[in-house]
Design a protein around this ligand. Structure first.
Ligand SMILES: Nc1nc2c(c(=O)[nH]1)N[C@H]1C(S)=C(S)[C@@H](COP(=O)(O)O)O[C@H]1N2
Ligand SMILES: [Mo]
Length: 306
C-alpha cells in the first residue's frame, strides 16, 4: 500500500538511509551523554540558562533544509545556490532615530561584545521545527551601543540585495525585495534576541544567513531575517516582507502560538526535522519561551496581533 506523504515533507527525509542515519546520530549523541555522566567535569559543557535540553538538529539538516527565497524557494536550493554569495567584507548601515547614523564594518559593530552559545528551538510558520546551536551577541548589546533616540519605538532589519549573486529573485518576484523584518524595541532588548554570526560552532554558512542574522526563538522563522545590511530605528511599525505580501496570513508580531491558526493550516502541532515524519509534536506557546516573553504582550489580543 502506498502511504500518502504530507505535501510539506521533504523527499530526502523519508528514505531508509535517512532514518538509519538519524538513528545512528541519535545513538552517538546518547553515548556522549553516557560518557559525560561518567566524567562529568571533563566532558560536560555547562548548560546555559537559555539552552533547551532537546537534542540539536543535525548540522546536515540545518544547512540543507533552508528558507532563503533570494536563493530559490525549494528547501534544498539555498545550500546549492549560495556558491557565488560574497559575505566578506561586510558592512551594516545604521539609520533613522539613532544618536549617530553611520555605516559600520561588521567587526566594528561587534567589537567588545562577547559571543555567546545558545541552543534554541526554531519553529517555521509552515509547521516544521528544529533545535539549533547558535553563536551570537545579544541584540540588546548592539542596541545599547547604537543609542537609539527616546522617540524610537521599533527596529527594522534589511537583508542584502544582490541580483548578480542571488538566483531566486526572479522566481520570487511576488515578494518585495529586499527582505525586511522588524521588532518592537522592547522585543529587541529581550535577552533571548540574538544577532547570530555562527551555528554549530562555525561561522554561519551563506544559506543560514551569513555573515549575520537575527534569531528570535519565540517567533516564527520568517522573523529571523538573514544577511543583514541595514538596521533602522523608527517610531512607526516597519512594513515587513511577509506581512506586506499577505497581511491576512502573516502579522508583524508572528509570535509562535498553537492557539491561533494560520488561515490555511493549524498551528497546534509541528514536525521536528530529522526526527518526526508527520506533524505530531505539540507546538508550545511562544515556542516554549513564555516565561521570558509573555509579559511583553500582556493586555494584547493575540488573535488580532498575530
Ligand atoms: N532574507 C531572508 N531571510 C529569511 C528568509 C528569506 O527567505 N530571506 N526566510 C525566513 C524563514 S521563512 C525561515 S523559516 C528562516 C529559515 O532559517 P534557516 O534556513 O537558517 O533555518 O529564515 C528566515 N529569514
Ligand atoms: Mo519560515
Amino acid at each position: 500500500m502506498l502511504i500518502k506523504r504530507p505535501n510539506d515533507l521533504h523527499p530526502s527525509e523519508i528514505t531508509d538511509e535517512k532514518i538509519y542515519r538519524n538513528r545512528r546520530e541519535f545513538m552517538k549523541a546518547m553515548s556522549a551523554v553516557a560518557a559525560a555522566s561518567f566524567f562529568p567535569s571533563a566532558l560536560m559543557a555547562s548548560k546555559g540558562p537559555f539552552d533547551t535540553d532537546e537534542p540539536p538538529t543535525t548540522e546536515k539538516d540545518a544547512t540543507t533544509y533552508n528558507n532563503y527565497y533570494e536563493f530559490g524557494n525549494k528547501k534544498d536550493q539555498p545550500a546549492k545556490n549560495v556558491g557565488r554569495f560574497v559575505t566578506k567584507p561586510w558592512s551594516i548601515a545604521v539609520e533613522g532615530m539613532v544618536r549617530k547614523p553611520a555605516t559600520f564594518a561588521l567587526e566594528d559593530l561587534l567589537k567588545g561584545l562577547k559571543p555567546e552559545d545558545r541552543i534554541y528551538r526554531f519553529r517555521c510558520v509552515e509547521g516544521w521545527s528544529m533545535v539549533l546551536p547558535w553563536t551570537g551577541v545579544p541584540l540588546a548589546e548592539i542596541v545599547k551601543k547604537l543609542q537609539p533616540l527616546p522617540s524610537a519605538k521599533f527596529i527594522e532589519f534589511t537583508t542584502v540585495l544582490r541580483p548578480d549573486q542571488m538566483t531566486g529573485l526572479d522566481d520570487n518576484d511576488h515578494l518585495e525585495w529586499p527582505y525586511k523584518e522588524g521588532l518592537r524595541l522592547d522585543e529587541a532588548n529581550n535577552p533571548l534576541a540574538l544577532l547570530a554570526t555562527g551555528i554549530y560552532g562555525k561561522p554561519l554558512p551563506g544559506q543560514n544567513g551569513a555573515p549575520v542574522r537575527l534569531v528570535v526563538p519565540w517567533k516564527y522563522g520568517f522573523k529571523n531575517v538573514k544577511s543583514i545590511v541595514k538596521i533602522r530605528f523608527t517610531d512607526q511599525m516597519p512594513a515587513t516582507t511577509w506581512a506586506v505580501k499577505r497581511p491576512t496570513e502573516y502579522g508583524f508580531y508572528a509570535n509562535v502560538n498553537p492557539e491561533v491558526d494560520h488561515p490555511r493550516w493549524s498551528q497546534a502541532k509541528e514536525r521536528r526535522i530529522g526526527v518526526d515524519l508527520v506533524k505530531n509534536r505539540k507546538t508550545l506557546m511562544f515556542n516554549g519561551y513564555a516565561d521570558r516573553v509573555a509579559s511583553m504582550y500582556s493586555g494584547m489580543d493575540l488573535r488580532k496581533n498575530f
